[in-house]
Design a protein around this ligand. Structure first.
Ligand code: GAP
Length: 563
């Protein structure tokens, strides 16, 4: 599938628009159009339903070590600045970037690609930010220009090696920057914090600086105690949140894949440390299955376990669910979701303060004055398993937990196994990346007969019915003989339950085509036979098969087919 075709369909049919387009757009920001908003909402609703509301707390799901509970939260985008200091985002959440002194442009260091080439006795590295499909042509044209070679003399260019990224280049003086005419205009890489800053209140001093959250996860950690105190959840349990996150990405690119404002769908799953690796494996496989169930199957989807050296400092296991987006070079995959075993890193950070990533086991990071660099909340976020304690205390011959702590004096951890800091498994997905993957996977072109029976190329979005923006379209075959009236009644009956569309304009074949492009899985048509036996045809978008069903069965039939 060519990405340009999908991008054009997304604009033409109202899936995605560039933000503030009439003012020339704003890089890294996207608006969802009338069809796009339904698609993305369906993706988020499917996630919420499958992970939270429809989750059966009584039975262990397939592969789960035991039954567990799931609840949700909806936290603010702006949080206390200390949250980001203790989480490590304030000190560590940055990318490296390089500036071009000539073009005044800024690039993400690891995203600048290029090739070495030699001509006229000089060897240079030609850098480019062009998309994978265009990078060869881009470097060729720029090298010719740099060496002042005509197209007929292009074979004087001696290309050396494959495309590599800037971090693999030592000699910056020989680099021709992506938008430069002279060599050596790129600065050495510098750190750039990805959090957007804002000001809370009217004064605007440094003390009023706050940040737009770069992830939804921290809202869950800082509410851990509130959830425990306000519900009856017991470990193991998960807390889910869907919401906007913001990252001032240096080079937003590839449609919505890397945006500056995006939505995440995150779960923080709290469990006993002894079972955490079992839960990690469960969540990794459960999340992979979710994408497959919604239609991302086959070679383009993969689960990739991180190598040890790739793991974050707090993680003992991380896997990415990845999709081979068509804008990536052949054989490359882009991350849809990460599933990370985060140990007790987050709860400890918010209790004690920022932890030093260089220490094992993790110790509090100290400032130059020997005091904690960023102090935690000081609140006790440990979990007390009161059920286990009540069950065991008589057998231990004790009446209070205080006595137990005294008995274990000097042992570590002091309250084990009844009191402990839970470990966390975090499945963290991007709603926009998932939506983009569903759009890429859905796009198809095939041959289908038009109203005269002649085969025509048809563009069809093969969304899973659960996420399709419109579930069914209702058509009267012709605009007379009472057909529109019956069709409108069917439309109104369906509208009570699903997002459906009514269309009576133009040839019915053309109406089907428009719905195929929108990804509508079912078309219901009222025709001459309806007037005689009260049946309609229901057409399947993918198989093109038509079946007759009773008018009164339309709601149940659509419901059944969507599941
Ligand atoms: N709490 C962990 C966390 O935020 P992450 O890997 O940085 O982990 C999780 O982000 C997911 O959020 C990614 O897998 C991706 O789907 C999505 N995401 C991250 N940055 C994004 C961006 N700039 N644009 C769109 N989606 C993004």
């Amino acid at each position: 599938m060519q990405m340009e075709k999908l991008v054009s369909l997304c604009k033409r049919r109202g899936f995605l628009f560039q933000s503030s387009e009439i003012y020339g757009g704003l890089n890294g920001f996207w608006d969802y159009g009338p069809l796009g908003v339904e698609l993305k909402r369906n993706v988020k609703d499917a996630w919420w339903r499958d992970m939270v509301t429809a989750h059966d707390t009584l039975e262990p799901p397939a592969g789960a070590p035991r039954a567990y509970e799931m609840v949700g939260l909806d936290c603010t985008i702006i949080m206390h600045p200390q949250v980001w200091k203790c989480s490590g985002h304030y000190d560590l959440f940055h990318d490296y970037m390089v500036d071009c002194r000539e073009s005044k442009r800024r690039y993400r260091y690891d995203q600048v690609r290029g090739r070495w080439v030699e001509a006229k006795g000089q060897r240079i590295f030609v850098a480019t930010m062009a998309e994978a499909a265009l990078e060869e042509a881009s470097t060729q044209a720029r090298a010719q220009k740099f060496f002042n070679l005509r197209a007929k003399n292009a074979d004087e260019l001696d290309w050396q090696g494959n495309f590599i990224t800037l971090p693999e280049v030592d000699d910056f003086a020989s680099v021709l920057g992506p938008d430069a005419k002279a060599l050596g205009t790129l600065t050495t890489p510098r750190e750039f914090n990805l959090m957007f800053k804002t000001t809370v209140g009217a004064l605007g001093g440094e003390a009023d600086t706050a940040f737009l959250r770069p992830e939804t996860a921290q809202g869950i950690f800082v509410n851990f105690k509130n959830v425990l105190d306000s519900t009856r959840v017991k470990i193991p349990f998960g807390v889910a949140q869907v919401g906007k996150s913001f990252r001032n990405e240096i080079t937003p690119r590839n449609f919505t894949f890397r945006s500056r404002e995006f939505e995440q769908m995150e779960i923080e799953f709290f469990c006993h440390p002894d079972y955490s690796h079992q839960w990690y494996r469960y969540w990794r496989d459960r999340r992979m299955k979710w994408y497959v169930e919604l239609g991302l199957a086959g070679q383009r989807l993969r689960l990739r376990e991180h190598e040890t050296e790739e793991l974050s400092h707090y993680s003992t296991g991380t896997a990415d669910i990845e999709y081979a987006f068509p804008f990536l070079p052949e054989g490359e995959f882009g991350e849809l979701e990460g599933i990370a075993h985060r140990g007790d890193f987050d709860l400890r950070s918010h209790m004690e303060g920022k932890l030093d990533e260089k220490t094992r086991p993790l110790q509090l990071e100290l400032g130059p004055d020997g005091k904690p660099k960023w102090r935690g909340s000081g609140k006790d976020l440990a979990y007390f398993d009161d059920e286990a304690w009540e069950r065991d205390k008589a057998g231990l011959g004790l009446t209070s937990f205080k006595q137990y702590l005294k008995q274990r004096d000097g042992e570590s951890p002091p309250g084990a196994p009844y009191q402990y800091t839970p470990h966390v498994i975090e499945p963290s997905a991007g709603a926009d990346r998932a939506t983009l993957a569903f759009l890429c996977e859905a796009y198809d072109e095939d041959q289908a007969p038009d109203e005269k029976g002649k085969l025509q190329t048809r563009t069809v979005m093969r969304f899973h019915p659960r996420i399709a923006p419109i579930k069914a379209a209702v058509f009267p075959l012709v605009k007379k003989d009472g057909m529109p009236e019956i069709a409108r009644d069917i439309y109104r009956a369906l509208k009570q339950h699903f997002n459906v569309f009514y269309d009576e304009k133009g040839a019915v074949g053309r109406r089907y085509r428009r719905q195929d492009e929108a990804g509508t899985p079912f078309g219901i048509t009222v025709d001459g036979q309806t007037l005689q036996d009260n049946t309609v045809t229901i057409r399947d978008r993918d198989s093109l098969e038509q079946q007759r069903i009773k008018v009164d069965d339309c709601v149940e039939e659509i419901r059944h087919r969507i599941m």
